[in-house]
Design a protein around this ligand. Structure first.
Ligand SMILES: Nc1ncnc2c1ncn2[C@@H]1O[C@H](COP(=O)(O)OP(=O)(O)OP(=O)(O)O)[C@@H](O)[C@H]1O
Ligand SMILES: [Mg+2]
Length: 334
């Protein structure tokens, strides 16, 4: 499924998003939650990148920064050549129509007091389209997500989870985006409906040449849909590479643990003994000095505990952040 064109569309450089939290209960001073901590990655046009990582590893925060819903602490995000941090009002408006989002909870994507038609039309009206044109486009959007137009008069509570998610996708499509950020788009859905939504997303992506960043905990979903997989651990990007390599030949001990923990529905792997990851997920506040994964890693050395690893290049599109590869692979300099 790998695409041939390598035209960068999302370029993230040294991105950090820290939250300041105060722990008044213990009388401590303010502390930093390093939700996204120095992430550099590029997503190409027409590519589907899956983003995985344990709960709290910073995936949604990264998505929110890309969507300009929150400002980064440091670093830059360029989308289709526009530097988000220095965008003019017009460029910001352009980005709002070029980058669409679908969240996990189908209901949270839509206003409960508005009909489906009003919800789908709203972003177009905000972008200056007339009512008649907006209605026509809303009808077209329902066709695209293979739903009957009669649902335009429905309210969210009258629809099923799968139908709501189709409507959320229709709403995301009306401004003709180039990029879609999908944060757990199918995890609230029944497994058969999940497959329908994933196939719908794949059809739309192919027909419209969209770029997707898909966040999910479900490795089967990510394996089915992505060209490349990015793996986050406590705010860091630990591995990024082609789906087949990440699934079948992952390099980072955390990715290995994640793969082992997932019940991949493939008879090929049945009966193989899994080396499961030990320890609890770490905290973003009391981070180790060195590698974030060092406290749980079976391959840990003193060096890992004290120094942050760089990113090492396995192939032109596969990188890993682990000292095990320091000697044999070139270091990526950003
Ligand atoms: N507005 C905020 N203020 C303070 N801390 C925040 C804020 N938003 C997120 N965080 C913290 O940042 C960390 C990363 O959160 P984030 O929602 O990005 O994780 P995630 O990888 O999306 O997790 P999940 O898989 O559970 O959705 C968490 O520790 C969270 O508590
Ligand atoms: Mg999240």
């Amino acid at each position: 499924m790998e695409k041939t064109i390598n035209e960068p569309t999302i370029v993230i450089n040294g991105l950090k998003k820290y939250f300041s939290v105060s722990n008044t209960f213990l009388g401590r001073k303010k502390q930093m939650v390093k939700a996204v901590d120095d992430i550099t990655l590029t997503i190409n046009r027409g590519e589907i990148v899956g983003l995985v990582g344990e709960s709290g590893s910073g995936k949604t925060t990264l998505a929110r920064v890309i969507l300009n819903l929150t400002r980064p602490t440091e670093g830059s995000v360029m989308i289709n050549g526009i530097d988000m941090m220095h965008a003019t009002k017009d460029e910001e408006k352009q980005l709002r129509s070029e980058v669409a989002v679908v969240f996990q909870d189908p209901a949270s994507n839509l206003n409960p007091r508005q009909t489906v038609a009003s919800s789908i039309m709203r972003p177009m009206i905000l972008h200056g389209k007339g009512k008649t044109e907006a209605m026509k486009k809303a009808e077209d959007a329902l066709d695209m997500v293979k739903m009957d137009r009669r649902y335009l008069n429905s309210y969210p509570h009258q629809l099923s989870g799968g139908q709501l998610q189709r409507i959320a996708i229709a709403r995301a499509l009306v401004l003709q985006p180039k990029i879609m950020i999908l944060d757990e788009p199918t995890s609230a859905l029944d497994i058969s409906v999940q497959a329908q939504i994933l196939n719908l997303l794949l059809d739309l992506q192919e027909n419209m040449g969209l770029t997707y960043l898909v966040i999910t905990h479900d490795l089967n979903v990510i394996r089915y849909i992505s060209d490349r997989i990015a793996v986050m651990y406590l705010g860091k990007l630990v591995e990024f590479g082609p789906t087949d390599e990440i699934i079948g030949n992952s390099k980072h001990p955390y990715t290995n643990g994640l793969m082992a923990a997932s019940p991949i529905l493939d008879p090929k792997f049945r009966g193989q003994k899994k080396e499961l990851m030990g320890g609890d997920p770490g905290s973003l506040i009391d981070l180790p000095k060195g590698c974030r994964f060092s406290s749980r890693c079976s391959k840990v050395t003193e060096h890992c505990k004290n120094t942050l690893p760089g990113n090492y290049k396995i192939t032109s599109n596969h990188q890993v952040s682990c000292f095990m590869y320091e000697k044999e692979l070139p270091k990526l300099i950003y």
